[in-house]
Design a protein around this ligand. Structure first.
Ligand SMILES: O=C(O)c1ccccc1NCC(=O)[C@H](O)[C@H](O)COP(=O)(O)O
Length: 253
């Protein structure tokens, strides 16, 4: 399997994930070509730190509202215990929006990968801290077999180095420490610290703790190709205008 995403995209698109949508990586590049900063906007029902993030809103309608702005994709957190998600939510959101959907959960088995594809995801998250190299390789292969891209996320330099040679599609730096379920305070400084360790041409996504256009600019200047924003969008008074502000940071930064 070639490294850096040089595989047969047409074949992948023709298979199960995404259903007529571009792959997440292609959607990110499309936004960049349009001069917009690529933003992945997240649906997360709750978090340990913030409590309820939906505040009575219908998550599917909210995802549709997000997808009517020029976002590169929608992320759906399906983990139930800490984030209040479920697979039905992924399925409904994926069916309701025209942009690629990233499935965020603690994915450790091929069965979960297949379920992501069955629910219409275009990409899945794999967390370096939770998986050894053999598991990671197996899950990346399983994802490709199902037509899914993989976003592999690291949180420190050792994790970034550990995954370097694996054939995943998108790289993530999570600004938060996911092992404490987001109760930590953090900012984009983790992306600034680690972006220099990321080699090659793979898309780099700065995830979590992005609160403003200024944070997006910082992430972009440090080398991120895209940002993934959850809490700040969900807490915004006007979701659409907030997303417009973030993408208006522009590309190149
Ligand atoms: O990121 C993870 O490792 C993760 C794994 C499984 C379920 C949820 C997970 N994290 C949640 C998030 O990644 C954040 O919701 C997302 O990056 C947005 O962060 P924020 O903007 O700070 O809400």
């Amino acid at each position: 399997m070639p490294v850096d995403g040089n595989f047969d995209r047409e074949k992948m698109e023709a298979r199960c994930g995404g259903r007529g949508k571009p792959p997440l990586s292609a959607s990110i590049r499309m936004r960049q070509r349009s001069g917009l900063f690529p933003v992945i906007s997240e649906i997360k029902v709750r978090s340990d730190k913030e409590g309820d993030l939906l505040r009575g809103r219908d998550p599917v309608a909210l995802a549709q509202e997000m997808s009517q702005r020029p976002v590169a994709g929608i992320s759906v957190v399906t983990e139930p215990g800490h984030f209040g998600g479920h697979m039905g939510l992924l399925k409904e959101v994926a069916a309701a929006v025209g942009v690629p959907v990233l499935h965020k959960d603690f994915i450790t088995t091929e069965r979960q990968v297949q379920e992501s594809a069955d629910c219409g995801a275009s990409a899945i998250l794999l967390i370096t801290a939770m998986l050894d190299l053999r598991q990671m390789t197996r899950l990346i292969e399983a994802a490709r077999d199902c037509g899914l891209e993989t976003l592999v996320e690291g949180h420190d330099a050792a994790e970034i180095r550990k995954i370097e040679h694996l054939p995943f599609d998108l790289r993530g730096i999570n600004n938060r420490d996911i092992t404490v379920f987001e109760v930590d305070d953090s900012d984009v400084s983790r992306t600034e610290e680690l972006a220099g360790f990321c080699r090659g041409s793979r898309i780099l996504i700065s995830e979590s703790s992005i609160r403003s256009a200024a944070d997006v600019r910082r992430a972009g200047r440090s080398g991120a190709d895209a940002v993934l924003v959850g809490t700040a969008v969900l807490k915004a008074e006007n979701v659409g205008s907030f997303l417009d502000e973030l993408v208006a940071v522009g590309w190149p930064v």
